[in-house]
Design a protein. Structure first.
Length: 375
C-alpha cells in the first residue's frame, strides 16, 4: 500500500477523535503557516511581485542553468528507455516494485508518446536530425520550458507536503465549502488550489491538483475543472504580460479584469461539456467529508478536521519521502509526454497553416473555415 493510501486510512481511523489538544493544534498551525507563506504569500522581489517559492526556484534555475538541459535530457531519455524495457521485457525488478511500476509500466499509447518525446529530446539537445523538431520555434522552446519546469517541480514537490498534509486544506475546505461548492461545483478545499494557482504559480496548482486527485480528494471531473479553470494565470505571470503590453501602470485594473473573467469562466466551464461529461469518480477511495455535523460550529469543525489531518501527517522523513515520490512521478511521467505533445503542437503551429487557416475572422465579422480569405 502506498504512503498516501496509508495516510488516508489513518485519517479514517481518527474519525472519532475530535479532541483539539495543544500539541495537535501546533502541528496544524505551524507547518500550515509555513506552507501558506511559501506558496501563497506575495512579496515584492526586484520591483515585482513574487512568492517565496518563486524566489527559491529562480535562485536554483540561475545556479544550475548550465546543467539543466543535460538533466532534462537524461530524465526524458531514462523515462523512455525504462518504459520500453517495461513494455517489451516485463522485467521482475520493475513488476515487483510499486514505485517503478507506477513510473514506467504504462499502456502502449503513453509508451509511444514517451518514445517520441525521447527522440525529440535527443535531437533538440544535440541540434541534429530534422530541423523542424529542434528549431528555435519548436524543440528549443520546449527545452526552455522544461528546464524551468523541472526546477519548479523539484522545489515545489519537497515543500508541497506542508501545504497539503497538515490540515490547511481541511480547514479552508470546511469554511469555504458553502461558497466554492455552489459557485464552482467543487469541494471547498479547492480554494487552496485557486490561491496557489492565481497568487503563486500555475505549475504549483497543477501539482497540487494531481496529488489531491491521486489521494482521493477530487473526482476526475473536479480535477479537470480545477486544472483547466484555476491553473490559467498567476499574479507574477500577469505582471510580466502587463509589462510586455505596456499597461503595467494600470496593473490593478488589468489584473482585476483577468480575475473577473477567470471567475466567470470557472463558474461556467465545469457545467458544460467536455468537463461536465467527465465521470465524477475517484481515483482511490477516501471518506473525507466537508459537511458540518449538527450542533457543531463551522469553525470548530474546521479546526477539528485540520488537527485530525495534522496528527497523521507523519515525520519530517515522511514529508521528504512524499516529496521524492511526487517529483519522480512528475519528472519521469510528465516531462517526456510534455516534450512530445508540446513539440508536435509547435511544429503544427510554426510549419503548417492549420491554426491560421482553420478559422479566420475578417474585419466584417464573417468567418471562413478551412482556408484563408483576403480582405
Amino acid at each position: 500500500m502506498s504512503e498516501s493510501l496509508k495516510q488516508v486510512d489513518e485519517v479514517d481511523e481518527l474519525e472519532k477523535d475530535t479532541s483539539i489538544d495543544r500539541k495537535g493544534l501546533l502541528k496544524f498551525v505551524l507547518p500550515s503557516l509555513f506552507g501558506a507563506f511559501i506558496f501563497l504569500f506575495p512579496i515584492i522581489d526586484g520591483g515585482a511581485f513574487n512568492i517565496p517559492l518563486g524566489i527559491i526556484t529562480e535562485y536554483f534555475i540561475d545556479l544550475l542553468a548550465a546543467f539543466l538541459p543535460t538533466i532534462v535530457t537524461i530524465v526524458i531519455v531514462a523515462s523512455t528507455v525504462m518504459s520500453l524495457i517495461s513494455a517489451i521485457f516485463k522485467p521482475s525488478f520493475i513488476q515487483k516494485s510499486e514505485t517503478l511500476t507506477s513510473l514506467f509500466d504504462v499502456n502502449i499509447f503513453w509508451t509511444l508518446t514517451r518514445t517520441i518525446g525521447g527522440i525529440f529530446a535527443v535531437m533538440t539537445f544535440w541540434g541534429s536530425g530534422w530541423e523542424v523538431i529542434y528549431s528555435e520555434g519548436t524543440g528549443q522552446v520546449m527545452y526552455g520550458l522544461l528546464t524551468s519546469l523541472i526546477v519548479w517541480f523539484f522545489v515545489a514537490s519537497f515543500l508541497m507536503p506542508y501545504l497539503i498534509n497538515f490540515g490547511i486544506m481541511e480547514f479552508f475546505g470546511t469554511l469555504f465549502r458553502g461558497v466554492i461548492k455552489p459557485l464552482f461545483t467543487l469541494p471547498g478545499r479547492s480554494a487552496i488550489d485557486l490561491l496557489a494557482s492565481w497568487i503563486g504559480n500555475v505549475n504549483v496548482g497543477v501539482v497540487i491538483t494531481r496529488e489531491q486527485y491521486e489521494t482521493g480528494y477530487y473526482t476526475g471531473r473536479e480535477a479537470a475543472a480545477i486544472a483547466t479553470c484555476f491553473s490559467t494565470v498567476s499574479l507574477p505571470f500577469c505582471l510580466v504580460i502587463a509589462g510586455m503590453l505596456g499597461v503595467d501602470h494600470m496593473f490593478p485594473i488589468f489584473y482585476l479584469t483577468i480575475v473577473i473573467a477567470g471567475v466567470v469562466s470557472a463558474v461556467i466551464m465545469p457545467r458544460i461539456p467536455p468537463i461536465s461529461k467527465i465521470p465524477d469518480t475517484y481515483y482511490t477511495e477516501n471518506h473525507y467529508e466537508e459537511n458540518v455535523p449538527e450542533n457543531v460550529s463551522k469553525f470548530r469543525w474546521a479546526v477539528e478536521q485540520a488537527v485530525k489531518r495534522a496528527k497523521v501527517a507523519g515525520t519530517f522523513k515522511d514529508q521528504i519521502k512524499q516529496g521524492n515520490d511526487i517529483f519522480l512521478g512528475i519528472a519521469f511521467v510528465l516531462m517526456p509526454q510534455v516534450m512530445a505533445i508540446g513539440t508536435i503542437a509547435l511544429i503544427i503551429a510554426e510549419f503548417t497553416p492549420f491554426f491560421s487557416n482553420y478559422i479566420i475572422t475578417n474585419y466584417s465579422g464573417t468567418r471562413t473555415y478551412g482556408t484563408t480569405r483576403s480582405s
